[in-house]
Design a binder for this molecule. Structure first.
Ligand code: GLV
Ligand code: MN
Ligand code: MN
Length: 455
């Protein structure tokens, strides 16, 4: 069929009118996205009460009574937001808002509510409570999603109970092996399956637990996580929104040096093989190997350092170090891991101590998907909020979701960049900004219609 020049012009005009109308509808809706930061903080404060330590400290360990109470609290909020709840055997909780195309892949958003010992009340929780509030704000604004939208509360992002971070998201992404999960025990020697079964999750076997929790291929269209920055940049620069471009991944090492020990007075210095000093040298070698990269995004921490027998008048017989090395550049991080292991070998030979070491995990870092980076930056701009791109040096469930779907993250400022401590704080205004950006990002990713009445 031949199209005349006049017809082509008319089509072009209609198309630009439609685009302008949709931009106008979205802009108007953005203005009416009412999100109350004080109300969200009030909900976060109620959630913080489910804690093994008294507030402001928050301690909430996987599948403990307080974790179960927090789960019920979150599910009640999801129900209030008219979300349909589903839970998987790992304990991941999903709240679904059906799309006009229920068969379309889902747009997922969420984070975690577990908290390491003596943490604060914002890490993870802002991305769960904030996601429920983002969905509620979209509902109030008359938005109807084309793709289904789901809010997700991940099980055990923190490694506290089983020494395994991001258990829920690893399982969803199919990135958790049966032997790995079975090999992890809690302080009472029980494994994930046992404890999950006791609290009403779980399955007949670990292999079934993992098989039934894994997301089917292509099930997720996009994943976005809202989180406090846990670093100082946004606050320092007075920027409201961080658009995350990459997520660093940690490698965790356990290194044990063993010597003969002995009497702190009686044993002469030349006769010693002091495991504590070998450990001290290694902690310094970690710092040196990290600094040698010259990259600000490479970080390394000797976070645990135990000596045995641990008496002031005894030469340490054993030193056990827990080392965490992170980067957004996988090969560079792995280079530091190799350098640290080589240094451990050298130190052991020099100090005549025995060495054993284990690489506990070495997950690859993730790059955020450009579509989501653009959607988040666009949403911030539409709301008139200053944003900047940055990397996440902390890990998140998004690290594993990036393996199965285009993934991105939204950061908001937190006071002094503090996190994992009781005085962690994000202001109601910053939280509200993050939730509004999340809501608009979800609307962009899900597609759909805004109520015409918004005009
Ligand atoms: C997560 O809590 C991390 O340690 O990055
Ligand atoms: Mn954390
Ligand atoms: Mn977190």
């Amino acid at each position: 069929m031949k199209t005349t020049k006049r017809e082509a012009l008319a089509w072009a005009r209609m198309l630009s009118l439609a685009v302008a109308l949709s931009v106008l509808l979205t802009c108007c809706a953005a203005q009416t996205l009412d999100v109350d930061g004080d109300k969200i903080v009030e909900v976060l404060t109620r959630l913080a009460n489910f804690s093994d330590h008294e507030n402001p400290a928050v301690t909430r360990i996987l599948f403990t009574p307080n974790d179960m109470l927090a789960r019920k609290f979150v599910k009640d909020l999801m129900r209030e937001a008219n979300l349909v709840i589903r839970e998987d055997p790992m304990g991941n909780i999903f709240g679904r808002w059906e799309g006009s195309d229920p068969t379309a892949p889902v747009v997922l958003t969420g984070s975690h509510t577990d908290a390491i010992p003596q943490a604060g009340m914002y890490d993870g929780t802002v991305g769960v409570i904030g996601a429920i509030e983002a969905v509620a704000a979209l509902q109030r604004a008359g938005f109807r999603p084309a793709r289904p939208l789901e809010v997700l509360m991940f099980s055990s992002e923190e490694p506290t109970r089983f020494g395994l971070s991001c258990s829920g998201s690893r399982a969803l992404a199919g990135a958790l092996r049966e032997e790995e999960l079975e090999g992890r025990r809690d302080a009472e020697g029980r494994h994930y399956l046992q404890v999950a079964n006791e609290v009403g999750y779980g399955a007949a076997s670990t292999s079934q637990l993992l098989a039934t929790s894994r997301l089917p291929p292509g099930a997720v269209a996009h994943f976005v996580e809202l989180h406090i920055e846990q670093g100082p940049l946004l606050e320092r620069e007075g920027v409201s929104i961080g658009v995350v471009t990459a997520i660093a991944a940690p490698s965790a090492l356990e290194v044990v040096f063993a010597g003969e020990g002995g009497h702190a007075g009686g044993q002469l210095m030349p006769d010693r093989n002091d495991a504590g000093l070998a450990g001290a040298e290694l902690a310094l070698a970690v710092e040196a190997a990290v600094l040698a990269t010259g990259a600000a995004d490479t970080v390394g921490t000797t976070g645990t350092f135990e000596v045995a027998p641990g008496a002031v008048n005894s030469v340490p017989r054993e030193a056990r170090l827990g080392i965490d090395i992170r980067d957004i550049d996988g090969p560079r991080r792995d280079g530091v891991v190799a350098a640290v292991l080589a240094a451990a070998q050298e130190i052991a030979e020099k100090r005549k101590v025995r060495l054993s070491s284990r690489v506990l995990n070495q997950d690859p870092p993730a790059t955020c998907h450009p579509d989501i980076v653009e959607a988040v930056a666009g949403a911030a701009q539409q709301l008139g909020l200053a944003s900047r791109r940055l990397v996440s040096r902390a890990y998140h469930d998004a690290l594993f979701m990036a393996r199965v779907a285009p993934t991105g993250m939204i950061f908001i400022p937190c006071r002094n960049g503090w996190s994992h401590r009781p005085d962690e704080f994000a202001s109601p205004a910053d939280i509200a900004n993050g939730v509004r950006v999340l809501a608009l990002t979800l609307a962009r990713l899900a597609g759909g219609e805004w109520a015409k009445s918004e005009l």
